[in-house]
Design a protein around this ligand. Structure first.
Ligand SMILES: [Zn+2]
Length: 69
């Protein structure tokens, strides 16, 4: 779960959503600041009832990085 797979995905620095490396805008927060330096992947299906989503302040379902810098 904390495995690094930065080659295929990049994370949005603002909301930590994981995106394909060719994406140029975050569909979540419309940011264009990305980083390939991330670790820990969490898949959120139901943010309202997910403790980790609350901890990471995730409000929309999707794939997120736990750390993104
Ligand atoms: Zn974002």
């Amino acid at each position: 779960m904390s495995r690094k797979s930065s080659a295929r995905f990049k994370c949005c620095l603002k909301c930590r959503l994981l995106l394909q490396s060719q994406a140029n805008i975050c569909p979540n927060c419309k940011s264009d600041n990305f980083s390939f330096d991330w670790s820990g992947l969490v898949v959120v299906f139901d943010p309202e009832n997910s403790a980790i989503a609350k901890m990471l302040k995730i409000t929309k379902p999707g794939k997120y990085a736990i750390k993104c810098r």
